[in-house]
Every structure is written in structure tokens, then in C-alpha cells.
Ligand binder design. Structure first.
Ligand SMILES: NC(=O)c1ccc[n+]([C@@H]2O[C@H](COP(=O)([O-])OP(=O)(O)OC[C@H]3O[C@@H](n4cnc5c(N)ncnc54)[C@H](O)[C@@H]3O)[C@@H](O)[C@H]2O)c1
Length: 430
């Protein structure tokens, strides 16, 4: 059993803390947001993530999880410190590392003995070096410590499972002591553990996320070609996916990637490369393709309903992907704004995300279910592939709509079946 503190109890920190507690460790969760800490201590989750509330409750009962707003408390009472604060995108595309720096200073001031400081936030290569320097400059005495890079690959919506059953664990270290601490922590998971130097570990995270973004943009480009030549991208992807070198994952054509990671990580990686002296043209093309893909669905809607002004467009799905209430950089935001600019009225439903998007998009009529959205709509636009949308009574939907038009941004409906029901159906790339 290790004593661990996790600084930043958000989507990554809270999952990390709860899962490490589940593995038998004693974990102190720290966050600057006092409301979040009060809520967590009362058992109220700050966001929706399947299985997380149960994990937090169980480990709180076992007295393996504690909550505080004080970094000092966390640092003084633990040997391993995970840094999981946000690294948002700045206007120029770079990652904003001010939270990471602020936390590093506070760790330095509170440290009174050896500590392993683990950088889990997604950070540009060489950030580990900056953390080390900051801690050295801000500690009052010469205390031994290690900085470790341990990038996180969990996906929102399946975060608990991803943490506890990862494809791999990546650890970037400078000392054998640090490697041994991290191995002990992660060995119970039974996953391959890759130990590298700090810079390599940091780079693995940006290289992985950017590759996934590239794969999405690639299949979206293929989808656009399919639309021009009358091919079916779903079948093309299936045909490609059988090839083990390609794999079927991340070959679902759609409206482009969004969320708190891919857009900012791609932008940050372009900047990192630029600063290192490499023009990452390939990733810039990925970024452009993704922007175009969002606009493409608006164009398709315009084509389907003719004039957008005074039309009512129903939106199914607002979160950036299913099984999360996270709407950061969700494609739905840009798409709805563009439709509104052209004079359309928007009705929308999402199983979990309405409370988060209401402030960002106040001029939308939010509905309690998909059938309310369908009522009198001139077209239905599906933007997030929640499972509940797959089981809708589509005959009922058709009868409720003003015009039976479906624009399926995630290709979840069978085109032939939609046609049979009397819908005019538009998918992506088919
Ligand atoms: N969300 C994901 O799916 C995901 C996956 C892998 C990696 N990451 C990376 O993990 C990092 C965190 O992302 P997230 O989605 O968990 O962000 P988040 O916004 O959900 O959580 C960050 C938390 O840090 C807290 N915080 C900020 N400054 C602090 C300070 N000085 N002291 C204490 N707490 C502070 C915030 O209050 C917030 O609760 C980012 O670098 C992100 O790129 C995210």
C-alpha cells in the first residue's frame, strides 16, 4: 500500500485517485475548486462517468480516499504525488502550463522528505525538466525527489475500465528508484509497462493522440470521396479494418473529432514541433480537415432542407462523444452556432450533457426526450451516437416531424431501413 496524493481531481485526477484506491492504496484527492471537494466529500460527482460514483463511494467507505483543497496536506501525507491539473489550449495553440507550474511551486514548498512527483497531465515534451527546475528553485532545503512522466490514455465514457485495464502503462524516469516505485504501483494491473526516459514518455502521449486524430480525419476524407463517387464508407472501413496493420478502431466516419484532448493536443503538438524546428504539415492538414468536417454537416443540412432560415432543426446528442456529459470542444457547439447564424431554430436533447451546454448555447430549446425534439422539426441531426438513439421508435419519430429528414452525423441508422420508413436519409460517406 502506498500513500498517494492526486492534485487536480477532474476527469483524469478523480479516476486516477479512485482507481489507485481500488488497488489498495491510500489516496488524498486535492483540488483548488472548494465546491468540487465539498461535493466529493458528500458523495456528489462533479461529472458523469460510468462506474466512477460507485468506485468513489466504496473506497471512501474503506477510508482509502480523502479530499482536501490543500496541496500542502496532500504533499505532507504522501510519498507519490500525481499532477493531474488542466493544460488548456492558449490562443496561439500552445498548451497553457501555468497550472502545472503553480502546483510544482506548492509541492516544492510543502515537501519535507523524498517525493515522487508524477506528471500525468498531458504536457509538451521537456515539461518534466521544467517541473524539476521549478521544484529545486522553490524548495527551502535540498530534498531528494524524482520527476516522473506517466501519461494517461483513458477515454471519457470508459475511463474506469481504461485505467484498470490499460493497453499499456508508460513511465518516463531518470532513476531506478522512480522506476521501481511506479512498477510496484502499476504491476497489479497486469498490463505491459514501458519504461523510457522522461522526454520519450511525454512524446508518446502527443504522438498517440495525434495519430488517432489523423486516423479520424483520414476516414472522414475517404467519406467525402465516397459521397462524390457513390461508394459506402462503412464498407470501405470494414474492408480496411480487416487488415491487421490498419485495425478497425477509429475508422468511423462522422462529423470530426472534438472533446478536451484531441483538438488541443493536436494544436500543442504542432507548436511543439515548430519550436523544435520541424514544420508538422501533416498534422496541420488534420486540423484543417477536422474543421471542414464540422462545416460539411451544416452544408448537408442546408442541402437537405433548402433554406435554413425559419426552419426548426432537431439535434440528437450534444456531448463530444457518448457516455459522458463533457461538452468541451464538442462539434455540436460549432454546428448549432452555424445553423443559428443562418436563421434556424434549434431544439435539442442529450441524455447527460444538457446541464453543461445550456450556458454555452442559451438560445436552444432543450427537450426532455428525442420525441419532443422530433415534434414539428424540419430535419433531425444526429451528432452523438448515444446507445439510446439506436433504439428509437423511428416510425413514431417520422409521424411527429414536420418533414421526415434525417442527417445521421455518426452513421448509426441503416439507410435502407430509414428509406423504408419514409425518411429522406443522409449519412456520412454513404
Ligand atoms: N479528459 C480526458 O479524457 C483526458 C485523458 C488523458 C489525459 N488528459 C489530460 O489530463 C489533464 C487534466 O484533464 P482533465 O480532463 O482531467 O481536466 P479537468 O478540467 O477535468 O480537471 C482539472 C482539475 O484540476 C484542478 N486544478 C487546476 N488548478 C489547480 C491547482 N492549482 N491546484 C489544485 N487543483 C487544480 C481543476 O479545478 C480541475 O478540477 C489535461 O492535461 C488533459 O489533457 C485528459
Amino acid at each position: 500500500m502506498k500513500r498517494i496524493s492526486v492534485i487536480g481531481s477532474g476527469h483524469v485526477g478523480l479516476v486516477t485517485g479512485a482507481c489507485l484506491a481500488e488497488l489498495g492504496n491510500y489516496v488524498i484527492l486535492v483540488d483548488a475548486d472548494a465546491q468540487k471537494i465539498t461535493d466529493l466529500a458528500r458523495g456528489v460527482m462533479p461529472f458523469y462517468e460510468p462506474g466512477l460514483d460507485e468506485l468513489v463511494r466504496r473506497n471512501k467507505e474503506r477510508h482509502r480516499l480523502a479530499f482536501t483543497t490543500s496541496i500542502e496536506d496532500g504533499v505532507k501525507n504522501s510519498e507519490i504525488i500525481f499532477v493531474c491539473v488542466g493544460t488548456p489550449q492558449k490562443a496561439n495553440g500552445e498548451a497553457d502550463l501555468s497550472y502545472v507550474e503553480a502546483v510544482s511551486r506548492e509541492i516544492a514548498r510543502a515537501m519535507d522528505d523524498y517525493r515522487a512527483v508524477v506528471e500525468k497531465s498531458t504536457v509538451p515534451v521537456r515539461t518534466g525538466g521544467w517541473i524539476k527546475r521549478t521544484i529545486k528553485l522553490n524548495s527551502s532545503q535540498a530534498i531528494d525527489f524524482d520527476v516522473i512522466s506517466n501519461p494517461e490514455f483513458l477515454r471519457e465514457g470508459s475511463a474506469v475500465k481504461d485505467f484498470l485495464q490499460p493497453d499499456r502503462v508508460v513511465i518516463g524516469v531518470e532513476t531506478e528508484r522512480a522506476a521501481s516505485i511506479m512498477r510496484q504501483l502499476y504491476e497489479p494491473l497486469g498490463a505491459p509497462i514501458l519504461v523510457t526516459n522522461i522526454e520519450t514518455a511525454e512524446l508518446i502521449k502527443h504522438a498517440s493522440n495525434s495519430f488517432l486524430a489523423l486516423k479520424i480525419s483520414y476516414i472522414n476524407a475517404i467519406a467525402n470521396i465516397c459521397e462524390l463517387v457513390g461508394a459506402d464508407v462503412v464498407k470501405v472501413a470494414e474492408g480496411m479494418g480487416y487488415d491487421k496493420r490498419i485495425s478497425p478502431a477509429f475508422l468511423n466516419a462522422g462529423i470530426g473529432y472534438g472533446g478536451p484532448c484531441f483538438p488541443k493536443d493536436v494544436a500543442a503538438f504542432i507548436k511543439i514541433a515548430e519550436e523544435a524546428g520541424y514544420d508538422f504539415e501533416l498534422l496541420k492538414a488534420v486540423q484543417r480537415a477536422n474543421d471542414l468536417q464540422r462545416r460539411h454537416i451544416v452544408k448537408k443540412t442546408r442541402k437537405a432542407v433548402w433554406n435554413l432560415s425559419n426552419k426548426t432543426i432537431g439535434i440528437l446528442g450534444l456531448s463530444f462523444k457518448p457516455n459522458t456529459d463533457d461538452v468541451r470542444e464538442a462539434p455540436s457547439i460549432d454546428i448549432i452556432r452555424e445553423l443559428q447564424q443562418e436563421g434556424a431554430s434549434i431544439k435539442a436533447y442529450d441524455p447527460k450533457a444538457i446541464h453543461n451546454i445550456r450556458e454555452i448555447l442559451p438560445d436552444v430549446k432543450y427537450c426532455d426526450d428525442p420525441y419532443q425534439v422530433a415534434q414539428d422539426s424540419d430535419a433531425l441531426l444526429l451528432l452523438t451516437e448515444w446507445d439510446e438513439f439506436r433504439d428509437l421508435d423511428m416510425a413514431r419519430i417520422k409521424n411527429l416531424m414536420g418533414q421526415p429528414i434525417i442527417i445521421d452525423g455518426r452513421n448509426i441508422f441503416a439507410p435502407a431501413r430509414m428509406k423504408e420508413l419514409g425518411f429522406t436519409y443522409y449519412g456520412v460517406g454513404r
